[in-house]
Design a protein around this ligand. Structure first.
Ligand code: ATP
Ligand code: MG
Length: 576
């Protein structure tokens, strides 16, 4: 019992042992800090999503890293909603983010926080900056602020409002909060250095005036702190030790430190940057994903073609396979693009171990076995999973009429075609050897059914005289088969890098018209009648499939193909 309810955190700790599971440069920082007793031996991370969209596979990397590093160092990891930007945030996202993090197997226990809960404290910190002469209210417009900032090669110009007195700044900032000024008319800025080579240090904005309804604080505030100001303070207020973020924040690190150092805070958290995950054939920007949803290019955030966690879940990915992927890609300091094939490899590896093998015919061709007694039904015991010694067996019915795959038959086969053809023999998996005697066509010349004979002495599929049968086909009994819809997927984009706009095109121009193909006349074996929603199978020779959690019902079975099988059946069959 205790075994089964072991949390992912415990698993990570156990596996980590001496050789840490996530051994990377961030763990090296942590090791050094533990050695120096920098935080009294504490390791405390956080995962800080902004609730302005659904989580994607890139976030999964950050989740595994933050929760994984905490777990393997016997530390803690918080979930924090970074909700300082009210106009784009929504409680729908807050709910989906919690569901996705939990589904991935991680637990923030009682440590779920919102940056908006700290608004009052962050305001007080801002007042302290003003009192220390380190912040001022500036009346320049946004355009002027940009203009005054200078460039990488030219120093900035000081704002004419930079030397306002502490009293005037306190008064104006209080009135900003009280709602006396129009949106955008004033900001609070840090007084740092307009000549700094780092543009982020040229008196960055700390607060702006914005009358927007916030999903939690409602209309209480009309000023909101900027991310760069709110983030280090939120980390500090949560006792975070290692604040892990993506590389684009590297140049913001001096500012992160400046806010905490200027306040002379103890136990200051430190920011460590890593390279974000990019996947080929995929867009990962939340803005672009939102557009795909809003403009109907996909059917919602959980469309099985989306790189979102909810999309991957619906497609049939397991949390184990995604965690495995995140640990295999590692953590680096240089941006790179990972091949989507690695993600597919991880789900194949996982499902190869645990998915029940079943037979499903996606494009059925009727086969009548003319010498098989009418009305007779035999049941064959079939192994559920040859990879799993405890997998057990199930009964699969066989009768006079079966379906095989249309492309397992060719009237005029090329040389290397070892499947069914006129006068040829093949094995029906686990059943009998059959021979094609006659091809029946309709008036258009289309093949409508095959007439075959079976060898009654070949029960189980072995030829009694030891004659060689090269082809083995999957099949379903026509009388017993269930109707099903099967959805086949390709990548959502047809080019390697859909973010590439160098040709004057955008990602929308690269949508793959074949990303979803619905096959509506499929026939699946009767054991699937009792399958649970979201359960996963290997359809022999066709790949791994998942019963759709949204559209499938006992009357209307719908399966998503998660991924095709890597090895072609011929190789698998050759080993039999
Ligand atoms: P936006 O698209 O709005 O800039 P974001 O991608 O930064 O958002 P957040 O919600 O701010 O998304 O991200 C939460 C955390 O996940 C951050 O710490 C961020 O660095 C991390 N993260 C986001 N995208 C990736 C990615 N592709 N790879 C690794 N980590 C990521
Ligand atoms: Mg962000």
């Amino acid at each position: 019992m205790a075994e089964e309810i072991k949390s992912v955190a415990e698993e990570i700790r156990e596996e980590a042992g001496e050789a840490k599971l996530y051994s990377n440069f961030i763990q090296d920082f942590i090791d050094k800090d533990l050695e120096d007793n920098k935080y009294g031996g504490r390791v405390h991370t956080r995962f800080p999503p902004e609730p302005n969209g659904y989580l994607h596979i890139g976030h999964a990397k950050s989740i595994c890293l933050n929760f994984g590093l905490a777990a393997q160092n016997r530390g803690l990891c918080n979930l924090r909603f970074d909700d300082t930007n009210p106009s784009k945030e929504d409680t729908e996202y807050v709910d989906s983010i919690q569901e996705d993090v939990r589904w991935l197997g991680f637990d923030w226990e009682d440590r779920m926080f919102y940056a908006s809960d700290y608004f009052e404290k962050i305001y007080d910190f801002a007042v302290e900056f003003i009192k220390n002469g380190k912040a001022y209210v500036c009346d320049l417009t946004a355009d002027q602020i940009r203009e005054y900032r200078g460039t990488l090669t030219q120093p900035g110009k000081e704002s004419p409002y930079r030397n306002r007195s502490v009293e005037e700044n306190l008064d104006l900032f209080g009135r900003m909060r009280a709602g006396e000024f129009a949106d955008g008319s004033r900001v609070l800025r840090a007084k740092i250095d307009m000549a700094s080579p780092n543009l982020n240090m040229r008196d960055p904005v700390m607060y702006r005036i914005l009358r927007a309804h916030h999903h939690r604080s409602g209309d209480k505030w009309c000023i909101y702190p900027m991310y760069d100001f709110a983030h280090p303070l939120s980390d500090y207020l949560e006792n975070i030790t290692h604040s892990i973020c993506t590389l684009e924040f590297e140049a913001h690190r001096p500012l992160y430190n400046w806010f905490l150092e200027t306040l002379e805070l103890d136990n200051r958290p430190q920011q460590i940057e890593f390279a974000r995950l990019n996947l080929n054939y995929t867009v990962m920007s939340k803005r672009k994903l939102l557009t795909l949803v809003k403009e109907g290019y996909v059917n919602g955030w959980n469309d099985p073609r989306m790189p979102t966690i909810s999309g991957l879940r619906r497609r049939g990915y397991t949390p184990e396979s995604i965690r495995d992927f995140c640990s295999r890609i590692g953590v680096a300091k240089v941006d790179s693009t990972v091949d989507i094939g690695l993600l597919e490899h991880c789900i194949r590896e996982d499902l190869n171990k645990r998915a029940t093998r079943v037979m499903a015919v996606l494009n059925p061709l009727k086969v009548v076995i003319t010498n098989y007694p009418e009305g007779q039904v035999e049941e064959f015991d079939v192994e559920n999973n040859p990879e799993d010694p405890q997998g057990g067996t199930r009964k699969v019915p066989f009768s006079r009429v079966v379906y095989i795959e249309q492309d397992d038959f060719m009237e005029e086969p090329p040389k290397k075609f070892f499947r069914l053809a006129p006068d040829r023999e093949v094995r029906l998996k686990n059943a009998y050897i059959i021979k094609c005697e006659n091809v029946v066509k309709n008036e258009n010349g289309d093949i409508v059914e095959l007439h075959c004979t079976y060898d009654p002495a070949s029960k189980g599929g072995t030829a009694p005289d030891g004659r060689k049968i090269k082809g083995t086909l999957h099949w379903v009994s026509a009388d017993h088969a269930l109707d099903a819809e099967v959805r086949l997927y390709e990548q959502l984009f047809s080019v390697d890098d859909p973010d590439d706009e160098s040709e004057g095109k955008t990602y929308k121009d690269y949508l793959n018209p074949n990303s979803l193909v619905k096959l509506t006349t499929c026939k699946v074996e009767p054991s699937l009648k009792t399958a649970a929603s979201s359960s996963r199978f290997q359809f022999l020779r066709q790949g791994y499939f998942c019963m759709d959690s949204v559209d499938s019902s006992p009357e209307n079975l719908v399966f998503n193909r998660i991924v095709a099988l890597k090895d072609s059946w011929s190789k698998v069959a050759a080993k039999e």
